[in-house]
Design a protein around this ligand. Structure first.
Ligand SMILES: [Zn+2]
Length: 251
């Protein structure tokens, strides 16, 4: 059984989960509340989420079950997975020690479907080539730890943890806000507000890398002078046309 240090959820613990998954042949990308803190957002840690390839889900579940994480006592009642969660429930989760904190696994097809998967050779490179992914220890991009301002970049020691770039995270929030507009639209709007208030304000977001319609939405969002519903209608139209175009192109 893999003995994880379940009495803590500091960066060493996050690194150990990344390693546990990697040892099981599962590349992972950090997501959720913990990811925000790496970007310097002061937030309460609700849990540690990782995105993995859909086809690796059985391997990831098996690896987590072999560890000393605690099985969910009742997924129907648990705050992570019950019906009225504030965000879509993960594919699988376990708990850290006796706490309410969770380690959650999310499928790539439900979060980062719009970008290529993490490259196979990622961990052997000093830095990922793909601009969509960086390492959590990349202090040339991520902020240093600051009092009251999240955890910032990880130390270089230990197993690498992969994180999406800021513009990728923001684009995902936009796409998810439309994909789950009725149920979870408000949740993803509040995530975008965190990006504006902290990540963009710190100069950590390169919005020129967003698709044009997303960039327009972002500028309007930050100005706050237009009705959110109207802006989301436009964004929805853009994504709808994009997928229609893809289907046409595929014929
Ligand atoms: Zn649970």
């Amino acid at each position: 059984m893999a003995q994880l240090k379940v009495d803590t959820h500091d960066q060493d613990f996050v690194k150990s989960i990344s390693q546990l998954l990697s040892d099981a042949g599962v590349p992972s990308v950090l997501w959720g509340d913990y990811l925000l803190t790496v970007y310097g957002v002061p937030s309460v840690i609700g849990g540690i989420d990782f995105i993995i390839p859909d086809e690796k889900l059985p391997a990831a579940v098996a690896a987590l079950k072999r560890s000393n994480l605690r099985r969910c006592p009742d997924p129907r009642l648990c705050a992570v997975s019950r019906e009225d969660t504030p965000q879509p429930a993960p594919s699988f989760h376990m708990h850290i020690g006796t706490s309410e904190l969770d380690v959650s696994i999310r499928a790539r097809s439900k979060t980062l479907w719009f970008i290529p998967p993490v490259p196979e050779n990622l961990y052997s490179d000093t830095r990922p080539q793909d601009s969509r992914y960086i390492f959590a220890s990349d202090d040339s991009i991520l902020p240093p730890p600051r009092h009251g301002r999240g955890r910032g970049a990880f130390s270089k020691e230990g197993f690498p943890v992969v994180v999406p770039t800021a513009h990728t995270m923001l684009e995902a929030y936009m796409r998810l806000s439309i994909a789950h507009r009725d149920e979870y639209g408000g949740f993803y709007i509040s995530m975008m507000a965190y990006v504006a208030q902290y990540i963009d304000a710190d100069g950590l977001l390169n919005d020129t890398k967003l698709p044009e319609s997303c960039r327009e939405f972002w500028h309007d969002f930050k100005l706050g002078q237009r009705r959110t519903r109207e802006m989301m209608d436009e964004l929805q139209n853009y994504f709808d046309n994009e997928s229609t175009g893809e289907r046409r192109g595929g014929r």
